[in-house]
Design a binder for this molecule. Structure first.
Ligand code: UT7
Length: 337
């Protein structure tokens, strides 16, 4: 009998800009303090991409180059590139097209996918289908967001949260049961009023008025989003564990979207997970939207062992949310220098 094909991550790359915006600098820009930010959000610093004409593709390109170099993959071998982003370089062409062009992945077709902070898991689930059907052999998922381009640095309730960054994974067929084995994804459009960017799209194309009204920045009702994030991330993660017969003891790590340290803690607690099983790096990057999951896995890669069960959990604008079960396919220290 032919073995079932699953989509395994066979390498991970990432890139963040050099410039670091710390809480001390932020406290000079808006009425806030390091203490407030650390206790209410848990972010100490974020990386910011500076420079004219540099968008998400600049970071995505570097994350993909890091991935290809690490895994010894020729860009021409790549069949498909999916980029999740809410901060595309421009409406069109797609940021995935731009990244593919810059890196020379000329045999790939590529497109963007939007699911806000849930984008990476939505893209990973979508990409895995192209592998599982046997249609493609090498697919890249990139998550890249330049959140600084849509953050209002006069709004103290949002500007401490966000940062810029990109991560990328290579997906390949696996015949031994490793890879993305299940996912549970949701959307609820009634959440849109609570978290969105109103201007610049087809509903409210850019005008002087939309700019004056600051509609080109993130609008967020923090407490509504906070509550929905905790309950939905935990519940969907527990659902994925339940239907696959996984207990807390079977889980090596929870990989939660890095939106707020208190959301991460509350999600872990609701799941009954010990703190050390929760991947966290929000302190140094902030919320990089679609890049939070790959940036976490990239940093923890060397600790991962073949066969580790990871539960990915996300929540974002839309609302969008979901969880996935990923059986890690290689010993992470194989890439250690
Ligand atoms: O990734 C997409 C999903 N996004 C999220 O998951 C974000 C979810 N929400 C949150 O993380 C939190 O709700 C925030 C970090 C946005 C806000 O934290 P909060 O604990 O919900 O604060 P709050 O909005 O209830 O504000 C409490 C107080 C207010 O002052 P008053 O009205 O009590 O006098 C705010 O004006 O804190 C004030 N405040 C600040 N004070 C100092 C808000 N921002 C700041 C600040 N520095 N930066």
């Amino acid at each position: 009998m032919e073995k079932k094909i699953t989509a395994a991550i066979t390498g991970i790359g990432a890139w963040v800009p050099d410039y670091i915006l710390d809480n001390e600098e932020l406290s000079r820009m808006v009425d806030t303090t390091d203490e407030w930010i650390m206790t209410r959000i848990g972010v100490s610093e974020r990386h910011i991409l500076k420079g004219e004409g540099m968008g998400s593709s600049y970071m995505g390109e570097r994350a993909v180059r890091n991935l290809l170099e690490k895994t010894g993959t020729d860009p021409m071998e790549i069949d498909l590139v999916i980029c999740s982003t809410v901060t595309p370089d421009m409406f069109f062409p797609a940021t995935a097209n731009l990244i593919s062009g810059k890196v020379g992945m000329n045999n790939a077709f590529s497109y963007d996918l939007i699911a806000a902070c849930s984008g990476f898991l939505f893209a990973l689930s979508t990409a895995s289908q192209f592998i599982e059907t046997g249609k493609y052999k090498k697919v890249i998922v990139v998550g890249a967001d330049k959140m600084s381009s849509i953050t209002d640095y006069t709004d103290r309730s949002t500007c401490p949260i966000f940062g810029d960054g990109a991560g990328a994974v290579l997906l390949e067929p696996n015949y031994d049961g490793y890879g993305l084995l299940d996912f549970d994804l949701h959307t609820d459009g009634s959440g849109a009023p609570h978290l969105h960017m109103k201007g610049g799209g087809s509903a409210y194309p850019p005008t002087h008025e939309t700019v004056d009204k600051k509609w080109h920045y993130i609008y967020q009702e923090g407490q509504v989003v906070f509550k929905a994030a905790v309950s939905n991330m935990a519940d969907t993660a527990l659902e994925v564990m339940r239907r696959n017969g996984l207990s807390v003891d079977d889980i090596a790590y929870l990989v939660p979207h890095q939106a707020n340290m208190r959301i991460i803690d509350a999600t872990g607690k609701r799941m009954g997970l010990p703190e050390e099983k929760c991947m966290v790096n929000i302190q140094r990057y902030g919320n990089t939207t679609t890049a939070t999951l790959p940036l976490c896995i990239w940093e923890y890669e060397k600790h991962l062992k073949k066969g580790d069960n990871l539960i990915l959990a996300v929540f974002g604008g839309g609302f969008t949310w979901g969880a996935g079960w990923l059986k890690w396919a290689y010993d992470g220290d194989k890439f250690a220098k």
